[in-house]
Design a protein around this ligand. Structure first.
Ligand SMILES: Nc1ncnc2c1ncn2[C@@H]1O[C@H](COP(=O)(O)OP(=O)(O)OP(=O)(O)O)[C@@H](O)[C@H]1O
Ligand SMILES: [Mg+2]
Length: 220
């Protein structure tokens, strides 16, 4: 099973990805937890180029293709083999982020993004995708509690984040079978419970005991 988590910067993707991986591991499953862009050495090097605030000159096409290059490599090296081996793959961002950021909110045409996504994932489409929906002000407040200055994507401002959030809602409307919108303004444990309820409906039930163990293990 291939599960992806999506949403604007600071919506809670990484928090929920860690929780989900911990719960599934506690339930005895083989889990591969990844983040995009990145996950393997080549893709992490591309990530550094993409997120470096010094790379102001980057064109829309360059940005799109770098995201897809990073994705193609992590699919090839890790995601495809892990899925073939029967592991559950949990990915913190995947191709819907490119559709929302570079396509709907960004400067690339949707048809170009769709074609580039298809090339990069070579038919490894997620079975289920969670979009964590939140207003950009709340997400920005969460992020500001974290260390460090904004990366190149985060520095694009609140209006851009709102367009991205709307982009993710559009994707959820377009693909209701695969994509589930979750209200991410709720507390961590409530968001997690919503995600687990959707997963159970999709045929991947997680015991309450495994969910509790996950919440304890990450200190949520
Ligand atoms: N439901 C929640 N309620 C309150 N705070 C939360 C919630 N979920 C996550 N947080 C906190 O908000 C911050 C951002 O969360 P997290 O890093 O999981 O978001 P993210 O979507 O992965 O962000 P980014 O896109 O920047 O990687 C963290 O400090 C996290 O502890
Ligand atoms: Mg994160």
């Amino acid at each position: 099973m291939f599960i992806t988590l999506e949403g604007i910067d600071g919506c809670g993707k990484s928090t929920q990805a860690r929780l989900l991986a911990a719960a599934l591991e506690h339930a005895g499953r083989e889990v591969v937890l990844l983040r995009e862009p990145g996950g393997v050495a080549i893709s992490e090097q591309i990530r550094d180029i993409l997120l470096d605030p010094a790379n102001e000159a980057m064109s829309d096409a360059c940005e799109l293709l770098l995201y897809e290059a990073a994705r193609a490599q992590v699919v090839h090296e890790v995601i495809a083999p892990a899925l073939d081996a029967g592991s559950v793959v949990v990915c913190d961002r995947f191709f819907d982020s490119t559709t929302a950021y570079q396509g709907i909110a960004g400067g690339s045409a949707r048809e170009d993004v769709d074609r580039a996504n298809a090339l990069a994932v070579s038919e490894r489409v997620p079975d289920i995708t969670f979009v964590f929906d939140i207003d950009p002000e709340t997400a920005a407040a969460r992020r500001s509690d974290r260390d460090g200055s904004p990366d190149r994507m985060e520095a694009k401002g609140l209006a851009f984040q709102e367009q991205v959030a709307e982009g993710f809602r559009t994707i959820a409307r377009e693909e209701p079978q695969r994509v589930r919108l979750i209200d991410a303004s709720q507390p961590v444990d409530a968001v997690f419970a919503c995600m687990l309820a959707e997963l159970a409906r999709a045929g991947l039930p997680v015991d309450a005991a495994d969910a509790r163990a996950a919440l304890l293990s990450v200190g949520a």
